[in-house]
Design a protein around this ligand. Sequence first.
Ligand code: ATP
Ligand code: MG
Length: 344
Amino acid sequence: MTEQHNRPVLEIEGLRLAFPVYGGEISALNDVSLRVNAGEIVGVVGESGSGKSVTAMMAMRLLPDDSFIIKSGALRLLGTDVVNASDKQMRTLRGARVAMIFQEPMNALNPTRKIGRQMCEVIRLHQKISQKEAEKKAQNLLEEMQIGDAAQVMQRYPFELSGGMRQRVLIAMAFSCEPELIIADEPTTALDVTVQRQVLRLLRRKARSSGTAVLFITHDMAVVSQLCDRVYVMYAGNVIESGATEEVIAHPAHPYSIGLMQAAPENGEPRSELKAIAGTVPNLAKLPTGCAFRGRCTHGDAQCQQSPALSPLTVESLYIHSQQQVACWHPQREAAEMTQEPLR
Ligand code: ATP
Ligand code: MG
């Protein structure tokens, strides 16, 4: 790895965040530490309610200021202390140096404006170039996203495009200001598996060619395996496992990660019998003490009443430079069966 690659663009350390609600609070993030280095594609995976979107929204400080309390921890985005930054500092970061792609492209695109006009507006907001140059740039970006009739597509309204096409437009827009980091929250979840794979391939290629780092949020381990260099597995607001994608996929150590892997479709096709993880996520308004997964875990014992910290996996690993970390008193050594082809 080069020095450039070790430069963090996003660093979250021990973040605890709660939403005050009537009669108590919801502990949405209980101990989140993660890092995205320049040029890296990093996945965050976990079931619904595990805190993925809250993490992404907080990284951009898009949660309303009076809606949450930071209990402890730190968050730096391109060196800026996000928790204490001024609104002006955050506005400068958003859009120009960090871009976000959301799940539902219809909400992110203005339905009453043609694609080309919207793209040019975004481009010219952050770059001092002429309308003509912005149009050229928008067209090039759409072509890079393999939109063949780019000039024509620019003349269309969002509703005139398919879901996959709209998502490619949004990806092109996210790259248009040449950001250092793109945060993508489930951008392909609504697409069918074939279109999803295409869109992921384009995203990966463009990120690699432009050196842009990506934080990619998904509930699907199969997507992580196709796209990401490293992965963080979240459960009930905690990061419970992290490491290089290949090592976490080949040897998931946390019983929850093993369950997630078994629930992942194989090679884009759903497994003949899709296993769901038994039980439900704990109530974040009344978290039990100790490991949050213990109510659903078959390996639990008295020790699990204490919270396990994320720490390096001590069992000998096949990987000499293993970076795998796990928050579990009883890490497993199961070899996973998933055989996803990574996208190139
Ligand atoms: P999904 O896969 O369904 O998108 P997620 O992992 O993104 O799930 P989050 O949206 O991060 O989950 O939510 C984490 C927890 O925080 C959930 O229990 C959610 O209900 C709660 N939460 C999120 N925003 C708020 C809020 N503004 N007020 C109260 N609770 C909230
Ligand atoms: Mg979410």
